[in-house]
Design a protein. Structure first.
Length: 242
């Protein structure tokens, strides 16, 4: 079991947060004992899928199910190939690494709250999509400041349409965050962003890519499957406000 005093969430969403990650062998009694001895006003529980005993026990304690996080992965032994259905369209897509000015623009877009609408913060009635954008903006700034992350700007027909932030974890690249810019949210160009992210990771020398998608975002999950990513792990995400 892993616990985190996520004090940075005070900056991100306005309240301090306590997170608990429950694995295969953690007991229900141990989980509940830890929670009962905390005083935070906001709790997040991440429970390995299949631990229905923990899921039910937490719901009796006032936790509410928000999503299943679907972790996906892909080996990149060769340059990624687009699915046949969009191979011709992919020829119109490209990417470049964001300059400082472009990175600031992306952070501003994230902060506006338009891009992300399906995660546990955006859908939480105690928060809002705007607060979710603020949270991701702060988080993205921290990740990029670490020096291990890259800002990838996706181009389509010469226009900047989306972005991805990937983190070099040593033996794999983590797809931390990505999406289409507000003006292109309904353009159907998610496939271009998905492809250029994989292509950029390959070009950076990455040979393994791991990412995640919310069960609330079915369209993104379909893109992951379409480009050959496999499901690696499922985690129930629950929240509680005191």
């Amino acid at each position: 079991m892993r616990t985190v005093e996520a004090v940075w969430e005070k900056r991100n969403v306005g309240v301090e947060c306590f997170e608990i990650e429950v694995g295969k062998n953690d007991s229900v009694d141990e989980v509940l004992n830890i929670i009962h001895n905390r005083n935070e006003k906001y709790f997040v529980a991440k429970v390995l899928a299949g631990r229905v005993d923990v899921l039910l026990a937490l719901q009796k304690e006032g936790f509410q199910f928000m999503e299943t996080n679907i972790q996906t992965e892909m080996e990149l032994s060769e340059k990624p190939k687009p699915p046949a259905m969009c191979a011709k369209l992919i020829e119109r897509a490209g990417y470049h690494f964001g300059s400082d000015k472009e990175t600031k623009r992306v952070i501003d877009e994230i902060r506006n709250g338009y891009i992300f609408s399906t995660d546990k913060v955006a859908l939480d009635p105690y928060f809002s999509q705007k607060i979710a954008g603020q949270r991701y903006a702060f988080w993205a700034q921290d990740v990029l400041a670490s020096g291990n992350a890259k800002m990838i700007i996706t181009e389509y027909d010469g226009e900047d349409v989306g972005f991805s932030i990937v983190i070099n974890k040593g033996n794999y690249f983590d797809g931390f965050l990505g999406g289409l810019f507000a003006d292109y949210l309904n353009s159907g160009l998610g496939f271009a962003n998905a492809y250029t992210t994989l292509k950029a990771v390959f070009d950076l020398g990455g040979r393994r890519y791991i990412s995640g998608v919310s069960s609330n975002n079915f369209q993104m999950l379909k893109l992951h499957m379409m480009f050959g990513l496999r499901i690696r792990r499922l985690t129930y995400n629950l929240i509680k406000h005191v």
